[in-house]
Design a protein around this ligand. Sequence first.
Ligand SMILES: [Zn+2]
Length: 242
Amino acid sequence: MLNDRYLRQSAVTGFENLAQNLSDKRVGIVGLGGLGGLCAYLLVGAGLKNLKLCDFDEVSLSNLHRQVMYDQTSLGLSKAQVLKQRLLNLDESVKVELFPKFEEHNAALFNENLDLILDLTDKVQVRELISDKALSSKVPLIEASVSNTRGQIALFNYKEQNFVKEHGCFRCLAKNMGHMTSPGILGPVASAMASLVALYVMQYFQGQIEAGKIRFIDFLNFKSTEVVLRPDLTCTCQKESS
Ligand SMILES: [Zn+2]
């Protein structure tokens, strides 16, 4: 159902039906910081109507330089609650379900009926748990992170039968490449990466993204490289898939 809201978006070649396509998709976002907040906003703006949001954190002063969905009036408030209200202000028909924390006991409930999970958190143990649960629920997973002036993004299509055998899981990637650990981050880099994740999601639902690759982006130098993901043969995912 297209209307004036999506007029300019539907004029873009390859995205004519994007809003309609997004309208029946269900996306879960874990981590509502600099990446998750803006990404959710852009996706709802583009026509996404069903979201599950997960974050236990409250807005603090040190968040404000990069987490553009929050401001001084949000200090001390739940990020999930503030973001939900921002999304409803943008489109009152959007349905948003909130989860305080992604844990072993509620992972299955979070993953239920999802078409895609976005892991935009920054803690390794949480990321591994999200990936394990996405894999066992067979829900495609986008992993993205940002650090200093660089970002990275990868799509693990756990729904595809041979994906894990060919490309491995997030644990394989973590073993092969390590994690981005620097605490520094620039506001525009976080927002640029959030936009890139939103675009990636749109392209995924339009059938324009090939899974099993990781893209590295150096925002300062406008450089980007892509590497095919390969499994770590010692990883548990390889035993389960063989
Ligand atoms: Zn693995």
